[in-house]
Design a binder for this molecule. Sequence first.
Ligand SMILES: *[C@@H]1O[C@H](CO)[C@@H](O)[C@H](O)[C@H]1NC(C)=O
Ligand SMILES: *[C@@H]1O[C@H](CO)[C@@H](O)[C@H](O)[C@H]1NC(C)=O
Ligand SMILES: *[C@@H]1O[C@H](CO)[C@@H](O)[C@H](O)[C@H]1NC(C)=O
Length: 382
Amino acid sequence: MWKNVVIVFIIFFTHSFCAKVDFPGRAVLDNFPLIDGHNDLPWNIFLNAKNHLEKCKIEADLTKDELFGSKNCVSCVTDLPRLKKGKLGAQFWAAYVDCTKSKDPVLDTLEQIDVIKRMVRKYPNDLKFTTTADGILEAFKEKKIASLIGVEGGHSIDNHLSVLRAFYDLGVRYLTLTHTCNLDWADSSLVDDPKSTHKKGNLNDFGKKIVLEMNRLGMLVDLSHVSKNIMWDVLNVTRSPIIFSHSSAKAIYSHSRNVDDDVLLKVKLNGGIVMVNFFSQFISRGNATIKDVTDHINHIADIAGIDHVGIGSDFDGVPSYPKGLEDTSKYPDLFDLLREQNKTKWTVENLEKLAGRNFIRVFKTNEKIRDDLTKEEPVENP
Ligand SMILES: *[C@@H]1O[C@H](CO)[C@@H](O)[C@H](O)[C@H]1NC(C)=O
Ligand SMILES: *[C@@H]1O[C@H](CO)[C@@H](O)[C@H](O)[C@H]1NC(C)=O
Ligand SMILES: *[C@@H]1O[C@H](CO)[C@@H](O)[C@H](O)[C@H]1NC(C)=O
């Protein structure tokens, strides 16, 4: 009897001791920047305020804002108070224009690049514009959110390599090859939908030139939104590691926007990264929760390896988020949950890799390959 009581006490005290020396997953976000591959706030600034920045006061909590509150904008979940609570270290802001509506996608994309730059300029104590991997680490040291630009969709270059190069010079550091439109040189993931009647194509010669030119420039090639054929074709020709800026795992939830296991294995060989998307309808059949997001992260870590997974929320770009991961203040809960689920797997080192170390490696490798290719001539338009 007494023996049992003593054992129970030993277990109790050992347990409380372990709980004390342990750490919550979120603690790593104080040591290494959490880098999010995709946020669509700039698109909402266009939709809700025609890019009039004074109408989007991200210095305040916008939850109940007339234009940017959840009542009138279901996708809107971004502002500085929530980003700070969310311990975000770096954000790729998406310069996106609608490929089905824009009459002048190059001009409209320039407007989005401009509004991102004006937003960053307006909050110099909180945001810092950067175009480099080291710039992300520097901003983090200064306790500012490193702000980078990704152009979402190859329609934005309107079949011109000159525009691609000009975007790079403006500071754009990734181009998502397609959005939801098929282009002359690459198909979108819509062709992989079971209901699609579109013939599945391949990356044509111009598409290959675009990828090689992006490698030469140091512009990250983003494979979110492209068809599976295009994923394979790009992975065959690219000289640099690629990214999926906001995509999840098809084995966990079958959706054409997600990444198949065979592609995940190829990403491992390529040295790239899949940054997991939180959109409810990409991650589960219904009523998605934060646990579903951890399922996608764990699966990608298991198949591609822990060095090839990251975060690409798609906050502000989609109409529903998982329970427990409803807005930009919730990232730390995701890191806590992973740590709780498996302490062997989610060590400090591995949580830092997920948060940002993997992305920094991919970015630096692209920068190194760019620097090794300085003698290569720019590619002419066809
Ligand atoms: C890339 O590799 C896949 C799988 O081996 C193959 O089916 C495809 O034709 C290749 N594409 C190119 C452009 O080489
Ligand atoms: C989701 O939750 C709602 C409300 O709690 C419920 O009515 C609905 O049946 C659920 N849907 C699924 C697919 O589980
Ligand atoms: C935790 O992760 C390790 C390493 O990935 C794995 O071997 C183990 O099965 C996992 N444990 C649980 C309970 O899932």
